[in-house]
Write a protein that binds this ligand. Structure first.
Ligand SMILES: [Zn+2]
Ligand SMILES: [Zn+2]
Length: 131
């Protein structure tokens, strides 16, 4: 049985004010350990699924989305109420958007096949231990 999860990723922010959907396919998924991602997420990495921006839509709360220009071309979207980080996009590739894996409502089940900026990957990352 095909459900909407087969064709779309669905996500929302911590306060629930914003909900979005992003059509698959995911081109690639990544953990980015650059210092800007660490600062913005307050975490070891920014984790993203790269999808087509044409298939990205807000189901609610578009007016709550705020963008921070972290570099000349980089734009980081977040909820202005709760601070959840929602996406990264580049004005140099307007056809793509990278949505944050942590805001997805269902655990991302695809492979995360890229690690970026591993030179600044922190040593305190937790291990994924067998259960
Ligand atoms: Zn929010
Ligand atoms: Zn990064």
């Amino acid at each position: 049985m095909r459900t909407s999860e087969d064709v779309c990723l669905r996500g929302s922010c911590l306060c629930g004010g914003i909900a979005y959907r992003a059509e698959k396919p995911v081109q690639h998924a990544s953990h980015c350990y650059c210092i800007m991602c660490q600062k913005q997420h307050g975490a070891a990495a920014g984790s993203y699924a790269n999808v087509a921006s044409a298939g990205f839509t807000y189901e609610r709360g578009a007016e709550l989305v705020t963008e921070y220009a972290s570099s000349e071309h980089g734009r980081r979207g977040f909820c202005r109420v709760c601070g959840s980080t929602l996406f990264w996009r580049s004005t140099q590739s307007p056809d793509r958007i990278a949505v944050t894996l942590g805001t997805l409502d269902q655990e991302f089940d695809g492979p995360v096949n890229r690690e970026l900026h591993t030179d600044t990957k922190p040593g305190w990352l937790p291990l994924r231990l067998p259960e």
